[in-house]
Each structure stands twice: as C-alpha cells, then as structure tokens.
Ligand binder design. Structure first.
Ligand SMILES: NC(=O)c1ccc[n+]([C@@H]2O[C@H](COP(=O)([O-])OP(=O)(O)OC[C@H]3O[C@@H](n4cnc5c(N)ncnc54)[C@H](OP(=O)(O)O)[C@@H]3O)[C@@H](O)[C@H]2O)c1
Length: 434
C-alpha cells in the first residue's frame, strides 16, 4: 500500500497530539485510512526547543519550504496559529499542489473565503474540523450529516475558557479575577487570555460556522461581540435568583430572511441543555428545517480532543471523503447568501447591572434614560446597601431586566447612562435567551 506522505507545520499543543496518535496508533490509523500515513516532515520555529515526543531522525525542520517544495508530500497539516505568515504559507501549500488540513480558526475567520476560493480554483481541498469546537465533530455534521436541511439557527458555547470561568465563579462563589488566575495555572487559559474572555475566539468560530451553515461570508465587524471580562460574581448571583445561568453564547439565526449574529454573555433558563454545559466543555445546538433541534457537546479544546478532529480530517483526506465534502461546500457567491441583520436592529431582552452610588434619585435617573430611549423595564432588583468599608460607602448594585428592545436603542441608552456621575463604573449588559 502506497503511504500518504504528510508534512506538518507546527509541533506545539495540537501538533504534538497529532504526532502522538499518528505514531502511537499507526496500525489503527492505517486500517481506517486504507493506507499508512507517513509523517515525513514536521516544521517548527525553534529546532532547539525541548519536545516531549521523539520523531524519527530527519523529520524535524525549521524550514517550511522543506514541506512546500517536497513533491512527495501530498497533504499538509497546518497547525501554526495566527494569520501572518499562516495565510502566505497556506496559499503556497495549495499552489504547490497539496491539500491542507488546519485547526487555525483565526486564519479561516479572516481569510477563509479567499483560501477556499484559491483551493477550488486549483482543484485542491481544505479540511478544518478542528477549527471549531475542538473535538466535537460539528463541521462534519453541519456540512454532511445535516446537508438535507436548511439550517435555521445555531446557538453555541464555543469557548471552553469562558465556560470554565463562568462555571467556577457560580459553583465556588469566586471572583472573575481569582478564577481566571486558576484557569491559567491549570492550563485552561492562555498566558494572554484576551481573545478567549473578550468573545473574539467564539466570534471567529461563529464566522466559520456561518459560512458553512448559511453560505454567507461575514466579518467580525458585522455583528456585536461582548465577552465575559466585565462580569462580576453579583451578576451570576442575580441571574441565579431570577432563574437563569450565565453562558457566553454565539448565535446565528435566520430571522425574517436576514441573518442575525451575535456573541454575548447570555442569561439562559436553568435546566435547558446549554445551561447544563459545565467547565471547559463546548456545546452546539443546531436547528434544521427538517431535523428540528440537534445537540452536540464535548471537549472544545486541548491536545487530544483537538488532535482527534485533525486525525479525522487526515483520514478523510486519505480515503477521499474530505475532497468530496470540500467540492460540495456552498461557498459565498455559489448559493443564496443572506443579508446580515444590521446591528442596531437586533432584538433581545436585556439584563443590566449598575454599580450606583447610594444617592437619592439615582434609580429615577436610570429609569428616565431607559424610558426616553423607548426601553421598558420588566423588573428591578436592588438589595440593601453593603456596609461602609474603610469609611467609604461602597456602590450599590442595581439590576434591571428589560422587555424586548433593539440593540440600537440599548446602545443609545447605554451611552447616556454611562455619563451619569452617580454610577461608579460603566453599566454591564447581558442578553436574555428566549
Ligand atoms: N490548543 C488547542 O486546544 C487548540 C484547539 C483548537 C484549535 N487550535 C488551533 O490550532 C493551532 C495550533 O495551536 P497550538 O495550541 O498547537 O499552538 P502552539 O502550541 O503555540 O504551537 C504552534 C506551533 O507552530 C510552530 N510555529 C509557529 N510559527 C511558526 C513558523 N513561522 N514556522 C514554523 N513553525 C512555526 C511553533 O514552533 P515552536 O514549537 O518551535 O515554537 C509550534 O510548534 C492554532 O491555530 C490554534 O488556534 C488550538
């Protein structure tokens, strides 16, 4: 049996996991792929770095060109992260006649439409199961198993770090900062966790899913994206009191023929499946016009769960399934693209938290601004003022739930509210799932 020779760029967390499975489970992988998979070259930045997996002699290189220019390598596994030089590397791999497997969501979010079109033109294929929700086979399901449906909505927890932080804050009654530090110590959060906690990572994955489910290319600037980084334990406790759990949700749904998209911390009714997703797990609810609601959950990141998805793509490339799937993806310009709902028109109920100074008329000022912006209030919660600390009166949290209103009205009201000198800090807002 002629082996499939592959070149892997990146030998970090995910690349290490892929090598571990390819080398340690060679017999099983050969059986599933119908032929041996030979890891011919592995490119890294720094040849002197200590690695915990031994590769056969001559495999490791610090020259990506050793993979691009090797005519025997048919498949490249691109696991280097970032967009620069990853975009250039990917374009040259495709131009050199190689199919590509990648886990790089940032790259596909920003340049996916260009890279897919380039691959199509050249008769090459790209597979990217690991780029969304790590080990959960969500791309295979959206592209293949649910292909008979018009997908009408996706609602998902796509960032394990944020879900871990929210779960721990609620369970252990710890502050955001304390849990984030613990998440970093445990390796759940990166040294720089900004893109995880500010919603960017979830938004990048939503862009990829939107391309697949709705054939529509969107950019991050076209939809609102808020993370969990301004939440306090009080928000989770208030949500609990009102019968909700807080989750960072990424949502894409067809609404009056338009595509509504957003990423935001969201109040989800307790006991709904998404509310029960704990720790670093991810979950995706996909609704199709024929199938109805379907649910997928599992580990959304980490070495072996992500390598599991990369291996599935490598095997699919070896047997030819990935090429067929890529050929039939409906890319932008090839089918019915949807208009993206303007941000200001997105409708939701909202949760608001104000850290107000304990002064007369504060509540009246807040409700007056909401009222003048056409936002009606469903409920208000204010607890007794906290005790004086070091001679200073701490701010009093005031929680407001609104009725359904638009993002535009909410943004206008927020701008006015944040100018009130009776507020100790900017107002915190979450969506309420219906
Ligand atoms: N980690 C996860 O759980 C996870 C989950 C889903 C998707 N992903 C995605 O998978 C990709 C890889 O993530 P990772 O966590 O494995 O990253 P990582 O641990 O930082 O590894 C990156 C690898 O790429 C190599 N590299 C970087 N720039 C290079 C260059 N210019 N030339 C050659 N090699 C270069 C690095 O070499 P050195 O080792 O020499 O530094 C390293 O081996 C990213 O796109 C990430 O978003 C990761």
């Amino acid at each position: 049996m002629k082996p499939l020779k592959i070149g892997m760029i990146g030998f970090g967390t995910v690349g290490g996991g892929v090598a571990k499975i390819l080398l340690g489970e060679a017999e099983r992988i050969t059986r599933r792929a119908g032929r041996p998979i030979e890891l011919r070259r592995v490119a890294v930045r720094d040849l002197n770095k200590a690695r915990d997996i031994d590769l056969p002699p001559g495999v490791l290189t610090d020259r990506i060109a050793d993979i691009v220019d090797d005519p025997e390598i048919e498949l490249a596994v691109q696991l280097m992260g970032g967009t620069d030089p990853a975009r250039e590397v990917m374009l040259s791999l495709l131009s050199a006649g190689k199919d590509v497997v990648t886990a790089n969501k940032a790259l596909l979010c920003e340049h996916g439409a260009e890279l897919f079109a380039h691959a199509r033109e050249l008769g090459r294929s790209i597979a990217f199961e690991a780029s969304v929700a790590g080990g959960i086979p969500i791309i295979a399901n959206v592209c293949c198993a649910l292909a008979g449906n018009q997908i009408t909505s996706l609602s998902a927890i796509l960032n394990g770090t944020s879900n871990f932080i929210l779960t721990e804050m609620a369970d252990k009654e710890e502050s955001y900062g304390d849990v984030l530090r613990r998440a970093q110590e445990l390796g759940y959060a990166e040294a720089d966790p900004a893109m995880d906690v500010d919603g960017t990572d979830a938004a990048q994955k939503l862009v990829i899913l939107t391309l697949l489910a709705f054939g529509t290319a969107v950019s991050l600037s076209q939809f609102p994206c808020t993370g969990i980084d301004s939440l306090e334990l009080d928000d989770l406790k208030c949500a609990d009191e009102l019968g909700y759990v807080v989750k960072l949700l990424a949502v894409a749904r067809l609404h009056d023929g338009k595509l509504e998209l957003h990423v935001s911390p969201t109040l989800v009714r307790k006991h709904l499946p998404l509310a029960d997703v704990q720790g670093a797990f991810n979950a995706v609810k996909v609704t199709g016009d024929a199938v109805g609601e379907t649910w997928f959950s599992g580990q959304g990141a980490g070495q072996l769960p992500t390598a599991s998805a990369v291996l599935a793509d490598i095997i699919d490339m070896a047997v030819g399934r990935a090429q067929l799937t890529f050929k039939t993806l409906v890319l932008p310009g090839e089918g019915a693209e949807y208009e993206v709902q303007p941000i200001d028109d997105i409708v939701s109920k909202f949760y608001l938290r104000f850290n107000a100074l304990d002064r007369p008329h504060v509540l009246a000022d807040i409700t007056d601004i909401l009222g003048r912006n056409g936002i009606s209030i469903a409920s208000v919660v204010q607890h007794e003022s906290p005790e004086v600390q070091n001679g200073k009166e701490p701010p009093v949290p005031v929680f407001i739930m609104t009725h359904r209103t638009t993002e535009g009205k909410m943004r206008a009201a927020e701008a006015e509210l944040n100018r009130l000198d009776s507020l100790h800090s900017p107002c915190v807002r979450m969506s309420v799932a219906e």
